[in-house]
Design a protein around this ligand. Structure first.
Ligand SMILES: C[S@@+](CC[C@H](N)C(=O)[O-])C[C@H]1O[C@@H](n2cnc3c(N)ncnc32)[C@H](O)[C@@H]1O
Length: 182
């Protein structure tokens, strides 16, 4: 069985206590909550509303990431020490992601900022009712992350549960961990 949690746990281990982080497409907030448990201050962005209660230091911004980070982050924002982007970009327009969203992350990266990214290189089997519109090979994401040092990149596949645990699918993941230079 595909171990869907390993990359993210490896990434969480890179988060320093008391740091500032961004979770793009936070979903139900599960990974933002895990990061918060390391006393990190997490800004979670999703077009869904905030969960009912948030840990101290976490803020939730309900927004569409396709409007650009500058539409919801302050112009004088001091940046982040970590950024998570788990299972989001396959739902966004491909060229917006490669030409705008990913290149813009560098503007908000503090020295040594770590970035964790997971997406799909192929639709899962069995597929979703609506196939995801955008698929990414590792190397094209790397090209969009100019200025970042890539510390892990991998395309993996295997059987694993859906996010809500109700369905088994064969997944095709593109995984990246990158670090912004000091
Ligand atoms: C599959 S969930 C992933 C949630 C979480 N990152 C995780 O891995 O558990 C994808 C999330 O992306 C959000 N999303 C999709 N398109 C979005 C957009 N344009 N702007 C903001 N959030 C979006 C959805 O609302 C959903 O919560």
């Amino acid at each position: 069985m595909l171990d869907t949690g390993t990359l993210r746990l490896k990434f969480i281990a890179l988060i320093n206590r008391g740091s500032d982080g961004l979770d793009l497409g936070a979903g139900d907030g599960r990974w933002a909550f895990v990061a918060s448990s390391k006393q990190a201050r997490v800004t979670a962005i999703d077009r869904q509303p905030s969960p009912d209660s948030l840990p101290i230091g976490m803020r939730w911004i309900q927004a569409d990431v396709c409007n650009g980070l500058s539409s919801f982050l302050e112009s004088n924002h001091s940046g982040f020490d970590f950024m998570m982007c788990w299972n989001l970009i396959q739902f966004l327009p491909h060229d917006y992601v490669t030409d705008n969203l990913l290149p813009s992350l560098a503007q908000y990266a503090r020295p040594n900022c770590v970035l964790g990214l997971r997406t799909f290189w192929r639709n899962p089997i069995p597929g979703f009712a609506n196939p995801v519109p955008s698929l990414y090979r590792t190397n094209e994401l790397v090209r969009s992350l100019k200025g970042w040092d890539i510390i892990h990149k991998e395309e993996i596949e295997g059987d694993g549960p859906s996010l809500d645990g109700t369905t088994m699918r064969h997944w095709y993941f593109t995984d990246i961990i990158a670090r912004f230079p000091s």
